[in-house]
Ligand binder design. Structure first.
Ligand code: NAP
Length: 281
């Protein structure tokens, strides 16, 4: 892309509180420099009580949009003028597009990032061939479940420490989604072909996640959304059992793609060079 320095820089960012931990600035600024785009992606620490005013100000300042992280993912939906179907269904947004008419559209790209990541690593993956098991029932789980359903999965079994949260997700999703007790792991894994950890277990500073995967079918894919560390104990166990594994860092890259395309008018590249940049942190 040719840079036109006579034009104003394109602006986007990420809003959250706190925001220091976010890897999004490193990712988007890397893409901006590799595409030679005259733009900036800025981390913005915004307290919940300042959210509405801050979004109005960013629109006024000419920002193209922002990513949204904790604790604003649910509250931005009521501030946005419109929401994509997937953001409405999930009940949370991680991306805002500021349109030319000053209106704000909320989107949720986590489910997109989840499936693009699997397909990039494992093009033969097919959700339709067997049941999926989802550990966890938080925001990320909702996005993953919607994505699996849209890919034609025959059945999703959700297991969550707090069972009621899994039941609330399953409530309106029909008979392709069922809730299994958190401790009935063996039963849940029976015949499963896609197995996903969407809990924060295994994350740096959190307890580890080491379910028994010894009876899992040999063609199953085991996926962890946790990306810090990149190789979790959950994935190590799966590898020892001879199962195909997919880590969470690629999902982080792919969930960022729709925002970058919209704000900076360029298709970012997810490749080994990008992965190496994050692996060598
Ligand atoms: P969340 O809404 O806070 O949900 C957290 C989930 O973890 C809940 O199901 C919770 O169960 C479970 N959990 C937490 N501590 C637990 C414990 N000690 N034992 C059993 N279960 C426990 O968080 P989220 O936004 O869904 O994110 C979940 C994870 O996904 C995080 O590690 C996040 O970094 C990762 N993530 C990665 C990407 C990516 O791009 N790779 C994108 C989104 C999220 P309860 O309901 O019982 O509390």
């Amino acid at each position: 892309m040719i840079t036109d320095n006579t034009k104003k820089p394109l602006l986007a960012g990420v809003i959250g509180h706190p925001i220091d931990h976010s890897k999004s600035p490193k990712l988007h600024n890397y893409w901006l420099s590799t595409h030679n785009i005259n733009g900036f992606y800025i981390p913005l620490d915004i307290k919940p009580q300042d959210l509405t005013k801050s979004i109005e100000s960013l629109v006024m300042l000419g920002f193209r949009g922002v990513n949204v992280t904790i604790p604003h993912k649910v509250s931005v939906l009521s501030i946005a003028d419109t929401a994509t179907d997937r953001a409405s269904m999930i009940g949370a947004a991680n991306t805002l597009y500021f349109n030319k008419d000053g209106k704000v559209t909320a989107d949720n790209t986590d489910g997109y990032g989840f499936k693009q990541n699997i397909k990039s690593v494992d093009p033969m993956w097919n959700a339709k061939v067997g049941p999926a098991v989802v550990f966890g029932a938080g925001g990320a789980a909702k996005a993953v479940i919607h994505s699996l359903l849209s890919e034609g999965v025959p059945l999703v079994r959700i297991l969550n420490r707090t069972r009621i949260k899994a039941e609330m997700i399953a409530e309106n999703l029909g008979n392709r989604v069922e809730v299994i007790d958190w401790y009935a792991i063996k039963e849940a894994l029976n015949g499963a072909t896609t197995i996903i950890n969407t809990t924060s277990l295994g994350m740096l500073g959190q307890p580890t996640f080491e379910p028994d995967l010894s009876n899992v079918s040999s063609d199953a894919r085991v996926i962890d959304l946790v990306y810090n560390p990149i190789e979790t104990d959950f994935l190590k166990i799966a590898k020892k059992c001879g199962l195909k594994t997919i880590d969470g860092i690629g999902m982080l890259f792919f969930q960022a793609e729709p925002g970058f395309k919209n704000w900076f008018n360029a298709a970012p590249v997810v490749d080994e060079k990008l992965r190496a940049l994050f692996l060598n942190e």
